[in-house]
Design a protein around this ligand. Sequence first.
Ligand SMILES: Nc1nc2c(c(=O)[nH]1)N[C@H]1C(S)=C(S)[C@@H](COP(=O)(O)O)O[C@H]1N2
Ligand SMILES: [Mo]
Length: 362
Amino acid sequence: MLILILVFTLSAAACNKEKTIAGTPGPDDEKTIVVCGLTEQDFEITLGELKNLPVVTRNVESAMSNGEKISARATGPLLDTFLKSYGKNQQDFSHVRFTAKDCYSIAVPADILANREILLSYLDEGQFLADEMGPVRVVVPGERAMYWVRNMIRMDFETGGAGKQPNKLVFLETAARKLPQQDYEHFADVDKAIKTSDLIAAYADINDDGVTNVFLQGADGLQKNETGDNFLNAYIKITGQEAPKFLAPHLPQGMHVRDLLFATYGQTVIFDHTTGMACLPKHVENGREGLAFSQIFKETGLVGGNSYKFTTTGGKSLVLTIADLGSGGLIYQNSQGAPAFTCVGPAGEKIVDDLLSIEILP
Ligand SMILES: Nc1nc2c(c(=O)[nH]1)N[C@H]1C(S)=C(S)[C@@H](COP(=O)(O)O)O[C@H]1N2
Ligand SMILES: [Mo]
């Protein structure tokens, strides 16, 4: 009984600690957070102002990308509580992007906005945040630690609906062969990398001003949206460990994406077939093993079309209709490891070797 009372008093004391300190003056009260996309004019709020909002406290744990766990006892207002004062709620947005002092940034997508609490925390374990966390640390209970942005200094509220459907697939390994490659130091190794801006300039519509978010998909299921600017000022390391890897020297490591399966820029999907072969279900057609044409479509969000234009690195192209595809079609790797297409249609077997791209024709 005595133990019970003790436990009860201790936990009550822990709760009260947050209750008594939340909202009281602290060292970061004058620090500001920039808020964009919520009202007509961007504005700044100070931590002191945020502290006027009611708070919640959550005991949270999350996995980091390296498998380690981090835990916290976070206190602060919910993003939804902050938004209520502007007549909005989390569900009103397609993305909320949080940016930190060290240039780390991440977009929280609509499905998380719809299902999770987001804390704008300014206390950890009942203490004001240390310099490496403050003024605000975003905490999303139940989500991976990449969404927990410490030193958060800017919030962008985005409402842009989904952009246009992708209609072109470019194979990264064949595209990269024709682009300038440079040495890139990666831990103890020197690998080869291409500039994303070269890749996009050559194979996608770099001036597509609808591109505010570039979607990145990792082989392990990681999904992220990167800003057009961040994406275009970076590299894809195409050899060595964890290749293809999206990275840049000025972007914090948490923003790098290893084992990139595909990136969608505007209407173009850049797809790494080798990574696909390692992480997607394989399919056998006509004695060859590869990825089903339909599987790649399903995975990348490419849809429909009545015919497809297959183009080789040499610039030759072949247009096939759905009927021509017959058996469905398969992308396999030729003896040099380059992607190649095959299908068995009404007119027999068709092969497009050294495949660079596939376009969906209306
Ligand atoms: N400001 C900032 N916040 C960040 C990161 C970062 O590099 N900068 N990395 C994120 C990632 S990828 C992870 S796994 C966790 C790591 O938590 P820790 O650095 O606080 O241990 O913080 C997230 N928040
Ligand atoms: Mo991470």
